[in-house]
Design a protein around this ligand. Structure first.
Ligand code: NAG
Ligand code: NAG
Ligand code: NAG
Ligand code: NAG
Ligand code: NAG
Ligand code: NAG
Ligand code: NAG
Ligand code: NAG
Ligand code: NAG
Ligand code: NAG
Ligand code: NAG
Ligand code: NAG
Length: 766
């Protein structure tokens, strides 16, 4: 009996309940939502209806979780326009497409402002998104997810993309959903980042910049068990969404009315949501609490310290001690940007500074990034934009660094600009590995590439003489802009080459890149190049035989180093008298090495489609078939030796009795036992016949037709240094470039300069 009564009562109360709240599936022109109705999502996760927050008498239409007994509102339609008398209020579609909240039949307090040509309906999806679709249900014409209030749900977007913007703003209080004091929004000045601002617009807290994995400084690791963040940062802006790892878990992010950004999840008991993370988390999250270059550490009693206690000091020391940190820190040794010697120091365990005055490019590499930063005196630091893999992208800061926080877990490297003397051993080493000059500095050194300072035209562009501030003389090669080489490739190349050090190689001091300008800076050689001595009547008398032999030996050692002893195997491909520079003591130094390797286009060690080299020095297999190897350099070396001994150019050599070039002539004289007659009259007296003969024979061995018949450079060095018998040279390859041009090339581009041994940078072989 009793049980039956209870059952009846229960049924009755259920009936009453249903009287009070009817559930509806859609809102349309004919289906209204009134105070006694709720709109429920298909899987009954969310519910939309009229509600009264706390003890307030105001009524609002909002969305809350259907399953959670403690009413947890995630969206409010009329947050700033409360209803006071709900009995005459309703939400419905008017004029076919406009969703409105109204009272007394004609007073609209809120409207979606949408129009449609068909009868639209409003529905609540299981994500908590209220959508208006026109007759075609796939066609969403409006959604509440585009108008967030204080809550960020899975599937929603937050951020900025072009002109679209999604941000959170807090409730005024827990009893008033009106637009409150705090906002959480994307700031897209510089590298986009999320900022928490107060009612006056002042920044309270800043999410570190997104680094491909997480927001810098954030303790949320990318593989946390609850959600995954999806963030895109590009020129269009910053867009953040998140997904729950377990989609049946209920969780949300809310900016509460005290300005705390909270992540909460539904507890086991399923009665209410519990906050598990909130931001700002601690005092160190307070925006710029430690001022410029100050770093905040929660583990320290003294919250603020300078980013680096050795290199920075508090600006206001007394204030600093009393907890007034706003003045921040300053460098102990000021930067010296004009000198071009500033470098960078790598800091790892910090939340990256405010990026509002920054610049970024997601495709640049760190090397490019460093180069760009170094060349702009207002650039204070750089970092990758994405730390995944080996890192990519470039982020540059153009202000004094602000809002840095010490981070316990290893975060991301940031490279902060420092004066040279502050760099320390490894820092200076890194600078010396990649010696970058600012374009402005080089331009100043060369009087803006004045034609008066032009030394000549090398294989890849003109060369200028210059003088640095400290009086040091330099030679600057301005690479032609047509090179298709990327900046990164170029820089890597320069780093490699700068590591090649040998007394018979010209020392590369550094490089400069700015836009499409690429400069190489070498030590200046006061005696300029070998050709200016060899082929000049008066100057040739200044170079006696012992100097010539020293030059022949020096070039051999330099070339051997390139071919065998350096870490890279380098084939010069353009060895010639004008590429042999001479220092004050007339020691030879090979120049233009290495760069040749990378300017040949798509090449392998064995062949190339673009023949780079100089007529008269090119081996037959290279000139004709584009095949190059260390033996093609050996051929050029042989030609050079014969030129040094004879004082004649191979190319353009004329003889009254035959049409052979210098190689042919030398072979002819050697076979006839008249090799000594080849010797240039300008030094004949000083010559040592056995050394001369030996040099001629080595020269002839080097210009053999078949690459296999030519010695390698280590044999050449041995042959030159020993007294023993040499292999007998066979008839060498001798051809004249006239025949070559007529018969073997489909197209040839001639240099326009009058110099007759200019490098031909492009010959298309048939
Ligand atoms: C809602 O229900 C209450 C109680 O039954 C009733 O007084 C009120 O008139 C209803 N409101 C509407 C709009 O039907
Ligand atoms: C609410 O509106 C209804 C209909 O317009 C009206 O009858 C009622 O008196 C109003 N109640 C209050 C408290 O204003
Ligand atoms: C609709 O338009 C009104 C008046 O322009 C505006 O105040 C209101 O915010 C708009 N509603 C939405 C949802 O954008
Ligand atoms: C919209 O709905 C009304 C009432 O249900 C109907 O009379 C009208 O034809 C519909 N219009 C369209 C364009 O479907
Ligand atoms: C930025 O990313 C968004 C989302 O991936 C994409 O739709 C947009 O086209 C991107 N913009 C640019 C300029 O790359
Ligand atoms: C997902 O969450 C639900 C509700 O908390 C739980 O019952 C279920 O076991 C979870 N699933 C997984 C794979 O963890
Ligand atoms: C905001 O969140 C914090 C931390 O959860 C809490 O202490 C505070 O009371 C909340 N403020 C309101 C108005 O709910
Ligand atoms: C430039 O830097 C070098 C290397 O640190 C230093 O020796 C020199 O004094 C600096 N020159 C000027 C003008 O500061
Ligand atoms: C930066 O410093 C960290 C730790 O000292 C080191 O592991 C990392 O290789 C450095 N990065 C560069 C590019 O030098
Ligand atoms: C980013 O850098 C790449 C490579 O240097 C360049 O091609 C691209 O134009 C740059 N993009 C922007 C927007 O500056
Ligand atoms: C340095 O960068 C800033 C910010 O991008 C720019 O305004 C300034 O013109 C740059 N200076 C030079 C010398 O390129
Ligand atoms: C170089 O040649 C190879 C093979 O012909 C080709 O696959 C590759 O794409 C070329 N690379 C460039 C940069 O042209």
């Amino acid at each position: 009996m009793e049980e039956a009564t209870i059952l009846v009562l229960l049924l009755f109360s259920l009936h009453i309940q249903q009287l009070f709240t009817a559930e509806i599936g859609i809102i349309s022109e004919s289906s209204f939502l009134t105070e006694n109705d709720t709109l429920v999502s298909p899987a009954r996760t969310f519910e939309l209806g009229f509600f009264k927050p706390g003890s307030s008498e105001n009524r609002y239409v909002g969305i809350w979780y259907k399953k959670i007994p403690v009413k947890t509102v995630v969206w409010v339609a009329n947050r700033d326009y409360p209803l006071t008398n709900v009995s005459s209020s309703m939400m419905r579609i008017v004029s076919m497409g406009n969703l409105v909240l109204m009272y007394d039949t004609d007073n609209v307090v809120w409207s979606s402002n949408t129009t449609s040509s068909r009868n639209a309906t409003a529905q609540l999806l299981d994500t908590g998104n209220l959508v208006i679709t026109d007759g075609n249900h796939m066609n969403i014409i409006w959604q509440s997810f585009d108008y967030p209030t204080d809550t960020f749900l899975p599937g929603m977007k937050l951020g900025k993309e072009g002109s679209a913007e999604w941000h959170l703003s807090s409730w005024k209080s827990s009893e008033d959903p009106a637009t409150g004091e705090f906002t959480w929004s994307a700031d897209t000045r510089g590298y986009p980042q999320f900022l928490l601002r107060d009612g006056l617009g002042a920044v309270k807290f800043r999410h570190g910049p997104w680094n491909g994995q997480r927001f810098s400084g954030s303790s949320w690791s990318p593989d946390n068990p609850i959600f995954t963040l999806n963030v895109v940062v590009n020129e269009s802006g910053l867009v953040c969404t998140y997904d729950l790892v377990n989609s049946s878990v209920i969780a949300k992010l809310t900016l509460n009315s005290s300005g705390l950004y909270e992540f909460s999840v539904l507890l086991e008991d399923e009665k209410r949501l519990e906050v598990i993370v909130e931001l700002p988390k601690d005092v160190c999250d307070t925006y710029k609490i430690c001022g410029t270059y100050g770093s905040c550490n929660t583990a320290d009693a003294q919250r603020c310290s300078c980013l680096d206690e050795v290199k920075f000091e508090p600006k206001n020391k007394r204030g600093w001690e009393t907890g007034n940190w706003a003045g921040g820190c300053v460098r102990r040794i000021p930067l010296d940007c004009k000198n071009g010697t500033d470098g960078f120091i790598n800091y790892t365990n910090v939340k990256l500074p405010d990026t509002r005055e920054s610049w970024f490019n997601n495709t640049m590499s760190l090397t490019e990034c460093k180069a760009i930063c170094l060349q702009n005196c207002s650039c204070m630091a750089y970092a990758n934009t994405d730390i995944r893999g080996d890192g990519s992208g470039c982020l540059l800061w153009f202000n004094e660094l602000l809002d840095i926080k010490a981070s316990s877990n290893r975060d991301q490297d940031i490279f902060v600009r420092m004066a040279y003397s502050e760099l320390g051993e490894s820092g200076r080493q890194a600078m010396d590995d990649l010696p970058l000059f600012s374009f402005a500095r080089v331009a100043e050194a060369t009087a803006t590439f004045s034609s008066n300072n032009k030394l000549g035209e090398g294989g890849f562009g003109p060369v200028y003489k210059g003088m640095l501030e400290d009086g040091k003389e330099i030679a600057v090669k301005r690479l032609s802009k047509t090179s298709s080489q990327g900046i990164d490739e170029f820089m890597n190349e320069v780093v490699c080459i700068s590591k090649l050090q040998h007394r018979n190689l010209v020392k590369l001091l550094g490089c400069s890149i700015e836009g499409d300008e690429k400069l190489l800076i070498y030590e200046y050689m006061p005696n300029r190049s070998l050709d200016e001595f060899l082929f000049d009547k008066t100057r040739s008398t200044l170079v006696d035989w012992s100097m010539r032999l020293n030059i022949i030996n020096g070039i051999a050692r330099g070339l051997l180093y390139l071919h065998q002893d350096s870490r890279l195997r380098i084939i010069h491909r353009d060895l010639k008298a004008s590429n042999i520079l001479l220092d004050l003591e007339m020691n030879p130094k090979i120049s233009d090495f290495g760069i040749a390797r990378s300017f040949g286009g798509n090449e392998t060690q064995a062949s190339t489609e673009r023949v780079v080299g100089t007529y008269g020095y090119m081996s037959p297999e290279y000139a004709l078939d584009g095949l190059f190897s260390i033996k093609s350099d050996v051929f050029s070396y042989g030609v050079l030796v014969l030129e040094i001994v004879t004082g004649k150019r191979n190319r353009g050599f004329v003889h009254s009795e035959h049409n052979d070039n210098l190689i042919g002539h030398a072979w002819r004289m050697h076979s006839e036992g008249k090799a000594m007659e080849l010797v240039d009259s300008s030094f004949a007296e000083s010559s040592n016949p056995s050394e001369v003969l030996r040099s001629i024979e080595v020269g002839l061995l080097c210009v053999q037709q078949c690459p296999e018949d030519r010695p390698n450079m280590s044999s050449v060095v041995l042959m030159l240094g020993n007294e023993g018998a040499l292999p007998k040279p066979k008839q060498p390859a001798f051809f004249t470039e006239k025949n070559l041009l007529r018969t073997d090339f489909s197209s040839v581009s001639y240099p326009t300069s009058s110099s007759n041994d200019l490098t031909v940078t492009e010959i298309v072989a048939r």
